[in-house]
Design a protein around this ligand. Structure first.
Ligand code: NDP
Length: 291
């Protein structure tokens, strides 16, 4: 079994991005600039945004964190988005989800300039991605592709089962893995909460992508010998023995599945760090498109 080390791969990627930013400095060009809008005080969102900002600093990007009150109105948020759309010194930005209930996420998403949509959630980017056109690919699926590529894992002709069909993970990764291209050409089955006999499907899979958010859902009896396992799940599970009071678990029962797999991502340290690295990569791509 080989561990797909997302932490190390993400670090390698950050070093590559940092080196590219270094060459810009030499040419007296401004660095790429990423902004993040956070509405409210959700603890997990604050953690995610904080680590995105720190990663920007690490690679030498400019970063702006826009923190808005929980009771910010939809109109005020749309106004802020318009400002960012017009800001010539800003290459990309993200609106941290979830938004407070009184704000319509779809309306916000549609207001983001697709050229600055480094999360790749705007329908224009999603559509372009599905049509195999140049697009910002959502960071988590993009990170999975990067891991598979860097570990030279063959996807062509393989049967891949993706469990989960969300717009940010399951659906896009299923599209990407079935596309023509260096990491692609897989035969993809997409499973979800209505899927019947899921274990029969996963037992026939060469590659399994778990993105449902139920801790340790995939057990050894659901996996064939030698399968590649990608675990996207991140769930806080209460653990009074841990100083934080919780531990992070993936969607895979790691201990028992690891010994049967050929490659497997750990949680934490697998797909999670890749997601942030790919957000930086998308920001660099946005910058390079402009210059
Ligand atoms: P969603 O809740 O949006 O989607 C979950 C999907 O799982 C749905 O399609 C749902 O089916 C399906 N599902 C739920 N229960 C079952 C079941 N019993 N059997 C089969 N399918 C089921 O989740 P996300 O895609 O946003 O996130 C999934 C996980 O990945 C979460 O733990 C999240 O925290 C994590 N995540 C990690 C990231 C990272 O950077 N590593 C980034 C994004 C997410 P249905 O459509 O029928 O409801």
């Amino acid at each position: 079994m080989v561990l797909l080390d997302g932490k190390k791969t993400a670090q390698d990627l950050k070093e590559e991005i940092k080196a590219t930013v270094g060459t810009l400095q030499v040419k007296n060009q401004r660095p790429p600039h990423l902004a993040a809008i956070l509405v409210g005080n959700d603890g997990a969102s604050l953690t995610y945004v904080g680590s995105k900002v720190r990663s920007c600093e690490y690679v030498g990007f400019d970063s702006t964190l826009i923190q808005l009150e929980e009771n910010t109105s939809e109109t005020e948020l749309l106004k802020k988005i318009e400002e960012l759309n017009q800001d010539a010194n800003l290459d990309g930005y993200i609106v941290q989800l979830p938004l407070p209930k009184h704000i319509n996420e779809e309306k916000i998403l549609l207001a983001i300039d697709p050229e600055k949509d480094v999360d790749g959630f705007h329908p224009s980017n999603f559509g372009r991605m599905a049509l195999e056109m140049d697009a910002f690919i959502p960071a988590t699926p993009f990170g999975i592709l990067e891991l598979l590529e860097r570990y030279q894992i063959e996807t062509s002709g393989k049967h891949c089962v993706v469990v989960g069909r969300s717009h940010i993970v399951g659906r896009p990764i299923s599209i990407l893995l079935s596309q023509k291209g260096p990491v692609g050409n897989a035969t993809v089955t997409v499973a979800h909460s209505r899927t019947e006999n899921l274990a029969d499907l996963t037992r026939n899979a060469d590659i399994i992508v778990m993105a449902l958010g139920i801790p340790e859902f995939l057990t050894a009896d659901m996996v064939k010998e030698g399968a590649v396992i990608i675990d996207v799940g991140i769930t806080r599970v209460t653990d009074t023995n841990h100083p934080k009071g919780y531990v992070i678990r993936g969607d895979v029962a790691f201990e028992e599945v690891a010994s049967k797999s050929s490659y497997i991502t750990p949680v934490p340290g697998g797909v999670g760090p890749m997601t942030i690295a790919m957000l930086l990569k998308n920001t660099l791509l946005a910058y390079q498109r402009k210059h």
